[in-house]
Design a protein around this ligand. Structure first.
Ligand code: GLU
Length: 276
């Protein structure tokens, strides 16, 4: 059995809130319980929204909560060439195709939406190629039908919540995502591609993430299989809800750990509020 390695992988595009605190503490709890290591990874491939001051702030907030991790921290924006190489492998297998459709075009033609609520792509560029206007930037999409034909049905393992339980096997349903974007416009990667490349690079054995991200795992296990990468074990934790019973989010302006600290909350108060 390889030594357990877990990671907390926030995007430094805002300040952390109680939901992040829960996720980080949950990951640290599992790392301790398994006798493993807790790592931090900065998922900052969206360079238009991520900022160094948010990375500094989240590092400070996590230390304040009592968490620590080995150095150096993996920073995704330093690894674009590695993601491009992984995408090239998928291109060499004929599994990615270029697409220059705009968001609006995709939305107009979509029938249904993906698990994130985004309009499902109708495959126009797979069938007819991009329009080819010089000013239109390309993104690269996974040819899902071809990819799943290569891999066959896939499943993944969800860790047993207590030593008395058994792990669960879940079938992946990558088809819910349609032809997912693997390289975004102007970027050699996407969340899905970077995550699987880096979970492998960091030898992550257990991925802990919120229940809202469970569907992404369907695409991740497909990419792992296509790239010949080992599959970690997964755990999906509960979400911390706000007063409106909806999950906390940076974009909704949920109270940040910073603002709670300014109001006089201690790290112990935060731990108590989220049940750690
Ligand atoms: N970077 C992702 C986020 O901030 C989480 C990464 C993951 O667990 O795969 O939501």
């Amino acid at each position: 059995m390889p030594s357990p390695i877990l990671r907390f992988a926030p995007s430094p595009n805002g300040y952390l809130h109680l939901g992040h605190a829960y996720s980080a503490l949950f990951t640290d709890f599992w790392a301790d319980r398994l006798g493993g290591t807790f790592l931090l990874r900065l998922e900052d491939t969206d360079i238009t929204r991520c900022r160094p001051e948010f990375a500094e702030a989240l590092t400070d907030d996590l230390h304040w909560l009592g968490l620590d991790w080995p150095q150096p921290v993996m920073v995704q924006s330093e690894r674009f060439a590695i993601y491009a190489t992984a995408a090239d492998r998928l291109k060499a297998l004929g599994l990615l195709y270029p697409c220059d459709c705009s968001r609006q075009e995709i939305a107009t033609r979509a029938h249904g939406s993906d698990p994130d609520g985004a309009p499902l792509y109708d495959g126009k560029c797979r069938l007819h190629g991009p329009d080819g206007g010089a000013e239109r930037q390309l993104q690269w999409r996974l040819d899902l039908a071809r990819a799943t034909e290569l891999t066959g049905p896939l499943s993944f393992t969800i860790a047993a919540p207590t030593p008395l339980d058994r792990p669960q096997i879940r079938y992946a349903r990558p088809e819910l995502w349609g032809d997912a974007v693997i390289q975004r416009k102007g970027t050699p990667t996407s969340y899905h591609l970077s995550v699987v490349v880096d979970d492998h690079a960091q030898a992550i054995t257990h991925v802990t993430r919120g229940r809202d991200m469970e569907p992404s795992t369907d695409i991740h296990v497909l990419l792992q299989m296509l790239l010949g990468l080992p599959q970690p074990i997964y755990t999906f934790h509960r979400l911390i809800l706000g007063d409106d019973d909806r999950k906390l989010s940076k974009s909704k302006g949920s109270p940040t750990l910073r603002s709670l600290r300014e109001e006089g909350w201690t790290a112990a108060d935060v731990r108590a509020a989220v049940g750690f």
